[in-house]
Ligand binder design. Structure first.
Ligand code: GTP
Ligand code: MG
Length: 203
């Protein structure tokens, strides 16, 4: 597929603000600063779609983007939502805010909607944090399909990619899992993820 249209729809701080139009959703979650917003921009090639920042904790709301996918094969199109979720695990976040985050995110996941999967982003450079493992397990326990993406792959040498991917698998305690290395600056992993989404929209 190719993304032919991408528009920002809404930022929600409560479930009443979720969009009314029922479209298939693909959500992105991960620690603050892991590169969620950058990935959304690279994927869509609409570079100012999601706000990117060097400061962690930039995205504080649940942001919905409506995208149009066009299939190469027969030029048919399909609309769907990409959902940019606020990051977790930011050290400076107070206990209170953390709790609010958890309640709100849970509301999103348990809200009746056509959520196809959650892409969980983990920085390829580091050992997954306890918060990453917790998030992953929570999704699995709630029967929410997870697709793990290892971000910032351009920041490590080619030879280290496989080793670091195994380290993530080990920390998540999964052997049979496809983890996609991704680089938003080099658009690495982009065509794989687009194929995955193309498939997700017709299933
Ligand atoms: P929050 O909204 O705070 O949760 O962060 P986020 O996960 O949306 O991260 P964001 O996309 O804002 O990126 C954080 C920082 O990492 C920015 O300085 C980006 O430029 C940088 N970054 C993101 N992805 C990549 C990547 O693939 N390669 C490199 N080199 N830098 C990246
Ligand atoms: Mg963000």
């Amino acid at each position: 597929i190719n993304i032919t249209k991408a528009e920002y729809i809404a930022s929600a701080v409560e479930s009443s603000q979720f969009p009314e139009e029922k479209l298939r959703q693909i959500a992105f979650i991960g620690r603050s600063n892991v590169g969620k917003s950058s990935l959304i921009n690279s994927l869509t090639r609409f570079h100012n779609l999601a706000r990117v920042s060097g400061q962690p904790g930039k995205t504080q709301t649940i942001n919905f983007f409506k995208l149009t996918a066009k299939y190469y094969k027969d030029a048919t199109t399909k609309d769907f939502y990409l959902v940019d979720l606020p990051g977790y695990g930011y050290a400076k976040t107070g206990q209170d805010k953390r709790k609010k985050w958890a309640v709100f995110i849970e509301k999103y996941f348990l809200f009746p909607q056509d959520l196809y999967c959650v892409c969980q982003l983990i920085d390829i450079r580091h050992e997954p944090m306890p918060s990453d493992v917790k998030m992953f397990n929570w999704l699995i326990e709630h029967d929410i399909p997870v697709f793990v993406i290892a971000t910032k792959a351009d920041k490590i040498g080619k030879g280290t990619v496989a080793k670091n991917i195994s380290r993530i698998k080990k920390a998540l305690n999964v052997r049979e899992l496809t983890i996609l290395p991704y680089s938003s600056t080099k658009n690495e992993g982009r065509s794989y993820l687009l194929d995955f989404i193309g498939q997700a929209l017709v299933e």
